[in-house]
Design a protein around this ligand. Structure first.
Ligand SMILES: *Cc1c(COP(=O)(O)O)cnc(C)c1O
Length: 423
């Protein structure tokens, strides 16, 4: 960090030494902006891999050629299509292959998982979640509580930052878990907070929840493909994520989910079932009794949405080539460079910029959330006008996410130049 400079020269040198630099060419960079784009919203919708088109075309061709027989004769037969994802996605979230599956959408999967793991019983009915969780998660939690004829106001316990802070302290999450004790039924938190970019300590939260006899699950929408995850090792009960943010699989793309292997084979865990969760041997004999596949696949309701999953497959092949560890290493360095440049600019401008994302690299992914003190949306509009695609939250927070697969150090430098001028 000591020899970093806020200069084009330095950025170019860092790019030259980047072992993942060739991956940028595998993606389409948007062309809609007047100036060259600086795309920093991979945390919202990842860019399109150029290979997606041929992956989808292959399925269209097989559909044209085989009709229904594509379930068996397509070059990637559709009947077991979802199995192509198991190992790739297990590697990304640190799970065993019997613990993951890819299908449905994120909020749908959260509901299906909570049907299984939020089982209020007597006074054990409370849920801990983070304050200002992503709205879909809030609605999902509230409606799950109501589904059990309980009162969300009484059952949902939100943990927020302390007065004057932006971040939630891990110790506060843990002490709330201990305080609720045997009233706690479930902890459900975003693994990486979408607003601040803060990583929660999923290992210690899981341990603390289990100590009180509760189930612990995470929404990994902002974590999957962004940070290293070890869901199985941490003993997490369940998790779900979407594929269209860091996993670059297209708008509304399929979600993935994880269920710890100890629950997967536990017949006492109820679930909402569909035919694609039924064991593969006699699925097509159409028996009237549900007999689950002995893996996380048994939570699948429907047959695979192959066309949209083809995009996910294209993207996961790129992840496999790059490797999560290398991606994470570049991500840390790229975000550190961004932080360095923002701090330089801030110092030259009466410290008007405050990064609210944790400074500790172990507590953040690639996203930085910046409070622009004394600025309003005019600043953001200036950034947009100059080609920066970022995210603005009222009253004055800018969220930017340099993504290691397709962003580079020059993007970060150019962003800095535009930010400096715009201030
Ligand atoms: C993006 C996101 C969602 C979106 O849910 P969908 O069902 O895919 O529309 C939900 N939760 C979190 C935390 C998110 O970041």
């Amino acid at each position: 960090m000591t020899n970093w400079e806020f200069s084009l020269d330095c950025a170019k040198k860092l790019d030259q030494n980047d072992e993942l630099k060739s991956f940028r060419k595998l993606f389409y960079l948007p062309t809609f902006t007047q100036s060259d784009v600086i795309y920093f919203t991979g945390n919202s919708l990842g860019l399109q891999p150029k290979s997606v088109q041929s992956f989808i075309q292959k399925e269209l061709d097989d559909w044209a050629k085989f009709g229904v027989e594509g379930h068996v004769y397509a070059s990637n037969p559709w009947m077991p299509y979802h199995e192509l994802f198991t190992e790739k996605i297990a590697n990304i979230v640190g799970a065993k292959t019997n613990e993951v599956a890819v299908t449905h959408s994120l909020t749908t999967n959260l509901h299906l998982l909570m049907v299984s793991f939020y089982r209020p019983n007597g006074k054990r009915k409370k849920i801990i979640c983070e304050k200002k969780a992503f709205p879909s998660d809030q609605y999902a939690l509230q409606s799950q509580v109501q589904f059990h004829n309980l009162d969300p106001k009484e059952c949902i316990v939100e943990i927020g930052p302390r007065e004057g802070d932006y971040l939630i302290r891990n110790e506060d999450v843990i002490s709330k878990i201990e305080e609720l004790g045997d009233e706690l039924s479930m902890v459900m938190i975003g693994g990486v907070n979408y607003f601040t970019g803060q990583i929660f300590d999923m290992k210690s939260i899981t341990e603390a929840g289990h100590k009180q006899g509760a189930k612990v699950g995470f929404d990994l929408a902002h974590a999957a493909g962004n940070i290293n995850l070890k869901l199985n090792e941490w003993g997490v009960d369940f998790a779900a994520w979407c594929s269209y943010k860091y996993l670059n699989s297209g708008p509304g793309g399929v979600s993935g989910y994880y269920i710890n292997e100890k629950h997967v084979i536990n017949p006492d865990i109820p679930r909402f079932a569909g035919w694609w969760g039924h064991n593969k041997e006699d699925r097509f004999k159409m028996p009237d009794q549900f007999s689950p596949i002995p893996t996380a696949e048994s939570w699948q309701l429907s047959n695979a949405p192959v066309i949209s999953m083809a995009a996910h497959l294209a993207s996961l092949e790129i992840f496999e080539k790059a490797g999560m560890d290398k991606l994470r290493n570049k991500s840390i360095s790229l975000t550190n460079y961004l932080e360095f440049i923002i701090n330089e600019i801030s110092e030259q401008n009466n410290n008007c910029l405050e990064i609210i994302t944790p400074k500790d690299i172990n507590q953040r992914g690639c996203q930085l959330s910046i409070v622009a003190h004394g600025s309003n949306k005019v600043l953001f509009d200036l950034l947009s006008k100059n080609g920066v695609v970022a995210d603005w939250r009222e009253p004055n927070v800018i969220r930017i996410a340099p993504v290691p697969l397709y962003n580079n150090y020059e993007d970060v430098y150019r962003f800095g130049e535009i930010l400096k001028k715009s201030l």
